[in-house]
Ligand binder design. Structure first.
Ligand code: KUQ
Length: 840
């Protein structure tokens, strides 16, 4: 008798292995019984500790290994199938992948949660407690890194062959602690307990050069060629993590590169007795993948950041070319038929020059063919319009680090500008604006221009953002190649952000509309039929209420603050940034505080104001904004006259793990950026899917959220993007707004006068001064509209039935914001990558 394993779809499949009558294999079986045996085996053979000392962490590791075993066949079959069938593959190049904890998600996608729960119960353990042991890999800053992770999940679920390529940072985004109301950064040592999900491939390594100079030489055919004589060489080794699709056999790969010195010692130095010099060299090499830059804006002129970018891009492209030639067995000119490479912002855009270098210098291809292949292979996604966030590198630094690439960029630029001149004769200004080399403030390489010129498709991440892109930073390029420009509105995975993080709602949905929504989120529309059913509404409210209790418990455990789950939970979680305007939210809180103090008999809807998010360690104003929120919180929460109606929480260390508790518990989602500044936002979508109502400006994806939800189910305020531009053109004068609004004046007076800082008038001065003198994000221009809108929100909360109705409709109409829809658009419009079903 052969051993039997269940595929996720429930079909029995025979596999090789010891013949055990009626028993599933311990490495592949999906039953509770097989999982229990697998965990017990791993406890003995992989964890290697005696029964009496086993801790929950050990069970976590053993279960993680057992789950990885269950993905292994699918993983290998997926890779083998795309090699054999030579299906087109998407490579998603990103400096960040904010994957979040893996165990719960993999159990979900393999559809073995119940079996795992039972297996652990039989071993005397609670699955939820074991899942909570996992430390998340924080290999990203925020939305951009999390988007890459959602896209991997959707590519696998849609059965599209794909590889994510990035950096295995030894230290991810810092852990945030709040001390005395201030942010304190702690190193994120996520690898200390090992990482059960990755498999290192020390044999799959590539050399990466750095610095030095170039030389011309004649090849055997007498042709003039260039070679790069680097100053240093280091090595990239890969760590692969499986990315299991939901309910399918497809299991794709995330490949992260780690830097090593080429030899563990520089032997000559070692032999001459200079041991420390030898080790220093090793330390220098390994520095490259040591730490994630904790900034959600480019790090100006940081050599190491450029080195990180080049390092992972070069390893990834070498890997792609090797697979293409050796494994797929194809000549290089077919590259665009087999690979679509997507650049997640400009961080990997050096890939355009690196692919040219590999094709020309290493593979001796002609320029024209190499360029045709390059443009046909790459696509570029832009994630920001903020001028300070557009990446450029000082020419001198760039030339020292990557001398060959600079030559290639000059050559690309020359040919490109000839094309510009041909299309737009006698327009020198246009040529200067479009050049890959910027002249203002010292020469620099403009990475967004390089990415645009080197890609056949360029997209923004929400409808408004894509329009503004064509209208502003990439306007000249749009006029040159209108056909290259498109939009793909961002999306989020409903597996992690609904099924996994909101089990209560998942159950209610499954009972009400079936479970098809997990892979077709538009099916949430089926909820509209139940919106007027009082029993259904009642259950909807109960789910939300339970989620709020769960969050309140967590908030209490980490901050000591008590929240009443019957209050409105008003939530703003995202990186702290002036354009996102957490301080505008704070002005509203102070407004409410002041109204209560002035009129203690006031009847208002009680609210918990919940904030979370990290500030870049070097971003002075963002750190002051955190202090402002915590200071207001301390005053509000301790004032018995006020804390009957409002509480303010700053939740420390917002990350993917605690995000699972936050989104499902929100009643109100704060999306209050200055119109035109937030490219898309993705948190806004996570809130909507989970039934929160949005208060927001017409910015980023808010526009489409409001369109889908219906304007009557969205709280709109603030200037439009056009109006923002007009106000700025006429000269923004914050004093105007203060003079015409006594309430605003009084609120600013409270903040500046030390009411929340024990009389200290210095602490919050920078924030207040910025607001009243030179705020580029126009917070005071939107203050009145925001506060009035919040009054409408407060009134709406009073009518619980109506609020519930709107909440249901928001979820019901959130289908568009699934990353499955976004990935289907990328596959159809940009990548031309079709589905491939994997057989076991
Ligand atoms: C820039 N730019 C440098 C790390 C991140 C960056 C280093 O991308 C999200 C959007 C969101 C936008 C964010 C972004 N991150 C832009 C970044 O601010 O509006 O939702 C995903 O597209």
């Amino acid at each position: 008798m052969t051993d039997i394993a269940q595929t996720p779809s429930g079909n029995p499949t025979s596999i090789d292995g010891a013949a055990l009558p009626n028993r599933e294999h311990s490495r592949t079986g999906l039953s509770a019984e097989a999982l229990r045996r697998a965990v017990a085996d791993h406890l003995l053979y992989s964890i290697g500790r005696p029964q009496s000392v086993l801790q929950p962490e050990h069970y976590y590791r053993a279960l993680a290994l057992a789950v990885r075993d269950r993905m292994q066949q699918r993983w290998m079959a997926t890779t083998q199938d795309w090699l054999d069938l030579s299906n087109k593959v998407t490579c998603y190049l990103s400096a960040e992948f904010l994957m979040g904890p893996q165990l719960g998600n993999n159990l979900l996608n393999l559809q073995i949660e119940d079996a795992a729960r039972q297996a652990l119960a039989e071993l005397g353990q609670d699955l939820d407690e074991i899942i909570a042991c996992e430390e998340e890999p924080g290999l990203g800053n925020g939305g951009l890194g999390r988007l890459a992770a959602c896209y991997l999940d959707s590519m696998a679920t849609l059965q599209r062959p794909s590889i994510g390529y990035g950096i295995r940072y030894e230290f991810g985004i810092f852990d945030q602690e709040i001390k005395d109301g201030w942010q304190v950064e702690k190193t994120d040592n996520w690898l200390v307990h090992g990482n059960p999900w990755e498999i290192d491939k020390p044999d799959a390594s590539y050399l990466v050069c750095w610095g030095g100079h170039t030389e011309q030489y004649k090849d055997v055919a007498g042709k003039l060629r260039v070679r790069w004589i680097p100053r240093r060489v280091l090595k990239g080794i890969s760590y692969d993590t499986p990315v299991q699709g939901y309910g399918v056999n497809t299991c794709n790969t995330l490949t992260l590169w780690s830097a090593r010195s080429v030899q563990s010692f520089a032997l000559d130095a070692f032999n001459t007795g200079d041991f420390y010099k030898a080790v220093e060299d090793e330390v220098l090499s390994e520095k490259v993948s040591k730490v994630l830059y904790p900034n959600d804006e480019p790090e100006a002129g940081k050599r190491l950041r450029l080195q990180q970018q080049y390092f992972f891009v070069s390893c990834s492209l070498q890997d792609i070319l090797r697979i293409h030639q050796e494994r797929v067995g194809q000549p290089l000119h077919t590259l665009p038929q087999k690979w679509a490479i997507q650049l997640n912002d400009t961080h990997p855009s050096i890939a355009v020059a690196e692919l040219m270098r590999l094709l020309l210098d290493e593979h001796h291809m002609d320029w024209d063919e190499a360029w045709r292949i390059t443009v046909a292979t790459f696509g570029y996604t832009n994630h920001t319009l903020l001028p300070e966030a557009l990446e450029t590198w000082p020419l001198a630094l760039f030339g020292q680090a990557l001398p060959r690439h600079l030559e290639l960029i000059y050559e690309i630029n020359e040919r490109f500008l000839d094309e510009v001149r041909a299309k737009f004769p006698d327009d020198d200004d246009r040529v200067r604006r479009m050049s890959l080399i910027g002249e203002e403030g010292g020469k620099s390489v403009r990475m967004a221009h390089l990415a645009t010129v080197g890609s056949h498709a360029v997209n923004g991440v929400a409808a408004l953002h894509s329009e503004l892109l064509k209208d502003s930073v990439l306007k000249d390029f749009y006029e040159m190649w209108p056909e290259r420009f498109g939009n793909v509105t961002n999306g989020v995975t409903p597996r992690r952000f609904l099924a996994l993080s909101n089990p209560g709602l998942r159950e209610l949905l499954d009972e009400t509309i079936g479970d098809g929504w997990l892979t077709d989120l538009q099916q949430l529309r089926g909820l509209e039929a139940h919106v007027d059913d009082p029993a259904f509404r009642q259950r909807w409210r109960e789910v939300k209420r339970a989620n709020k209790s769960r969050l309140a418990e967590y908030v209490h455990s980490v901050t000591g603050i008590e929240l009443d789950p019957s209050w409105m939970f008003d939530v703003q979680v995202k990186r702290i940034h002036e354009y996102k305007r957490q301080h505008l939210n704070a002005l509203h809180i102070v407004t409410m505080y002041r109204r209560i103090k002035a009129n203690p008999g006031l009847s208002i809807s009680p609210r918990a104001f919940i904030f979370g998010g990290k500030a870049a360690p070097g971003y002075f104003m963002a750190k002051r904004i955190i202090k402002m929120i915590t200071a207001i919180g301390a005053t509000v929460n301790n004032d018995p006259e006020v804390n009957r109606f409002m509480r303010v929480v700053f939740l420390p260390n917002f990350n993917v793990k605690n995000a699972h508790l936050v989104y499902p518990a929100a009643n109100l989602s704060e999306q209050i950026s200055t119109a035109g500044k937030e490219a898309s936002g993705t948190g806004n979508m996570k809130f909507m899917i989970n039934g929160a109502l949005t208060i927001g400006t017409l910015d980023g994806a808010n526009v489409e959220i409001r369109e889908e939800a219906g304007p009557e189910n969205f709280f709109l305020f603030g200037l439009t993007e056009d109006e923002v531009e007009d106000v700025k053109a006429q000269g923004y004068r914050p004093a105007n707004y203060i003079e015409h609004d006594p309430e605003l004046a009084a609120v600013l007076e409270l903040l500046a006068g030390g009411r929340f800082t024990h009389g200290d008038t210095e602490v919050l001065r920078p924030v207040v001064d910025s607001l009243i003198h030179h705020d580029p994000f126009l917070a005071l221009a939107d203050y009145r509209s925001y506060v009035d809108c919040q009054d409408i929100v407060g009134a709406a909360w009073q009518n619980g039935e109506e609020w519930t109705r709107k909440s249901i409709l928001n979820s019901a109409r959130s289908g568009k914001f699934s990353s499955d829809r976004a990935i289907a658009e990328y596959c159809d419009d940009i990548w031309d990558v079709g589905p491939m079903s994997v057989r076991l």
